[in-house]
Unconditional design. Structure first.
Length: 135
């Protein structure tokens, strides 16, 4: 049984969501390096992220499901599609971590000096086309 890496993730929540989606489609899959990244998020860079692996025979079906999931448009809590206020694109990153502003700069300096994970960041939307960050 040969396993192939389908995708790598920065956090376990996204990894488990995709794993659940694949399992609901009867695709056998596994997460690698989840525990080491969970212990210390800085290790994420060292191990290459959380890897979602599938059996070689299921790679085509899993890739198709992954593409369909990534094409899905983001919606807000009342079901409206989130649109970039600048270029009106529907291609938006959700939960983007931004450290812009004075609080972000202070957090970056403090994190660097104390050698800890960033203390402050805000989760926002970011347009994939024009790069505009918005709430």
């Amino acid at each position: 049984m040969e396993l192939i890496t389908l995708k790598t993730f920065d956090n376990s929540i996204e990894a488990h969501l995709m794993k659940s989606k694949l399992k609901s489609e009867n695709i056998v899959c596994f997460l690698f390096d989840e525990n080491i990244v969970g212990l210390n998020p800085v290790y994420n860079i060292a191990v290459g992220g959380i890897k979602l692996k599938v059996i070689k025979s299921d790679i085509d079906k899993a890739s198709l499901i992954l593409k369909e999931t990534e094409k899905a448009r983001l919606t807000n809590e009342i079901g409206e599609v989130i649109i970039c206020p600048v270029c009106h694109s529907e291609e938006v990153y959700g939960g983007f971590k931004s450290m812009k502003g004075i609080k972000g700069i202070i957090s970056a300096i403090t994190s660097f000096l104390l050698m800890v994970y960033p203390i402050y960041y805000k989760s926002i939307y970011k347009c994939k086309k024009c790069g505009k960050e918005f709430k």
